[in-house]
Write a protein that binds this ligand. Structure first.
Ligand SMILES: *[C@@H]1O[C@H](CO)[C@@H](O)[C@H](O)[C@H]1NC(C)=O
Ligand SMILES: CC(=O)N[C@H]1CO[C@H](CO)[C@@H](O)[C@@H]1O
Length: 394
């Protein structure tokens, strides 16, 4: 089957590093970090972990988030925050793509695929509260459609002809005491950094001790290549590969050889019809947990055996924390920008590593220019999912 090619024509970001693709990318390359202390907030007082990566509040002009700048009157007060972030990111991406479907056919050929890992904990908690007090009510959360899955599935919809344009990504806003308490209990979070929160997320570093919860949204516009060319759209990159796997090993810790990650990376390369030698940059999932980073590192070394000295690997979670259901989409955008601009975003807080095991090029601390023909980005989830996306220059 001759396959329809899919390209990226629009980007939108709401992250702890700011709002708007230019702002976020600039802050990421400058080595800024979006993690802050929550110690002064009453709701977090009794928790063992009081840091998080929050979307900064303020005007868009300052690169920050104010709901009323993105939503219709009323919605800024009633709509759950994770939906607000998704709308803000989607609006940016659609405007950036300059795609304005007018005919019925054009509208029918344009789709949406945006997921969230947790949905709105705040609303679930409040609804549960009003249920106890008031009357019948209902709260549902369909977990874990990760950002990477949304983008990968959207690519397939276009390849198989179900749509010509897809608005795809992920969103999350679960910096909530309940979520922090849960992940802290699972011993997944970095806990000792209240006085120096920007140092808490340290992928691949010897002192890494867990991830930092983050929030935000990433949305892309994907488009069939000929469709994009015909209307003279700006093209960022081509999305070539999408791999999925699950290793059904343990609820929170991966097998140490990273077999699930190996499978998803290999599958993405196979679909893209590329070999490891064609890849210049690996945007790692690495969340800064001792076991997870080590397993992914092993997996990357296995997949890129013989090419270790030619690839660069970085994890942007040192700067953004872990955006859970949004991470895959936000990091897909960072990978797209690396391919488009030939710049590698850095791994923050990587000062010291076990040189025997962690012997790749991790772009420590500072961004670096290099030609990036193709990049892959990994996304792994607790209890069920691994995904890898592959982007190339057109
Ligand atoms: C990126 O990889 C190249 C090898 O291809 C290496 O020479 C360079 O030092 C790496 N950069 C960083 C910052 O790791
Ligand atoms: C290396 C890695 O993080 N693998 C993940 C892949 O997905 C499984 C679930 O099937 C997770 O348990 C792993 O953490």
């Amino acid at each position: 089957m001759s396959q329809r090619r899919v390209v990226v024509t629009g980007l939108g970001l709401v992250t702890p590093l700011g709002v708007g693709v230019n702002t976020v990318w600039k802050n990421l390359l400058q080595g800024q970090c979006g993690i802050i202390s929550l110690a002064d907030r009453e709701a977090f007082e009794k928790l063992p972990v009081r840091i998080a990566a929050e979307v900064p509040k303020g005007s868009l002009e300052e690169g920050k988030f104010t709901a009323s700048e993105w939503l219709d009157r009323g919605d800024d007060r009633t709509m759950a925050k994770f939906s607000q972030y998704a709308i803000a990111a989607a609006r940016q991406a659609i405007q950036d793509s300059n795609w304005k479907p007018e005919t019925d056919r054009e509208k029918q050929r344009t789709g949406v695929c945006i997921g969230s890992g947790m949905g709105s904990l705040e609303d679930i908690v409040e609804t549960a509260g009003s249920y106890a007090k008031g009357g019948p009510n209902h709260a549902v959360s369909t977990a874990c459609t990760t950002g990477a899955h949304s983008i990968g599935d959207a690519m397939r919809f276009i390849q198989y002809g179900d749509a010509d344009v897809m608005v795809a990504g992920g969103t999350e806003a679960s910096v909530h005491p309940l979520a922090i308490a849960g992940f802290a209990r699972a011993k997944s979070l970095a806990s000792d950094y209240e006085s120096n929160p920007t140092e808490a997320s340290r992928p691949f570093d010897s002192d890494r001790s867990g991830f930092v919860m983050g929030e935000g949204s990433g949305v892309v516009v994907l488009e069939e290549y000929e469709h994009a060319k015909k209307r003279g759209a700006k093209i960022y990159a081509e999305i070539k590969g999408y791999g999925l796997s699950g290793d059904a090993h343990h609820m929170t810790s991966p097998p140490t050889n990273g077999q699930g990650a190996i499978n998803s990376m290999r599958r993405a390369l196979e679909i893209a019809q590329l070999s490891p030698a064609d890849i210049d940059y690996v945007n790692a999932h690495a969340t800064s947990t001792p076991v997870g980073d080590a397993a992914e590192n092993n997996a990357i070394k296995t997949v890129f055996d013989g090419h270790w000295d030619k690839i660069n690997v970085s994890s942007t979670k040192g700067a953004t924390g872990h955006l859970l259901g949004a991470a895959g989409a936000v990091e897909a955008i960072f990978s797209i920008l690396a391919v488009k601009n030939d710049i590698l975003p850095p791994t923050l807080n990587l000062y010291e590593q076990d040189k025997q095991e962690f012997n790749l090029n991790y772009v420590p601390l500072v961004a670096q220019e290099r030609k990036v023909r193709a990049a892959i980005t990994n996304s792994f989830g607790f209890g069920g999912t691994n995904a890898t996306l592959c982007f190339t220059k057109v």
